[in-house]
Design a protein around this ligand. Sequence first.
Ligand code: DAT
Ligand code: MG
Length: 166
Amino acid sequence: MKEATLVLIKPDGLKKSLTGNILTRLSETKLDISAAKITRVTSQLATEHYKHLADKPFFKELLRYIKGEFHEKRKVMAMVYFGEDAIGKIRSIAGETNPEEADSVSIRGQYGRITTKGVYENVIHASTDPEEAEREIKLWFEPDEIIEDLYPAKDIEEKVAKRAWA
Ligand code: DAT
Ligand code: MG
């Protein structure tokens, strides 16, 4: 079944100039990239993204990490990969959560580390199941930023203050 999954290249991945290497590894899946952007991670976005981990002892440090506070690059690269078994294929190439336990040829095994403070710097995020993927994709992207019609969307009239080219 064709499905979509959210991938983030985390601040350590960007800081260590791993973007190209990671994209090359992900291209082994032969999946399509349906959306991509470089974006800042606000406290609100970080908290919402990791809300299921709010009771964990590492939660505060996790938020600081994803916001880029440990790296000079206060940004992440967010992407939607789409295709047959996209979630499983990306998770498999990403490797296990703990980068020290991840298969050494997986992305996390190759490039991740655990800091002396115990933060898992595992360079990428990947959704784990279709429900999580839908929640995360809707959190990180607007419907028009994605090239596929993944989920139902509606037209709304909204007057918002935004920046425009001067
Ligand atoms: P995953 O990112 O593999 O889906 P997760 O959703 O359980 O794993 O956790 C989200 C992130 O939180 C993970 O990428 C790294 C961090 N994390 C998880 N378990 C941790 C632990 N025991 N100690 C420190 N960080 C942890
Ligand atoms: Mg997870």
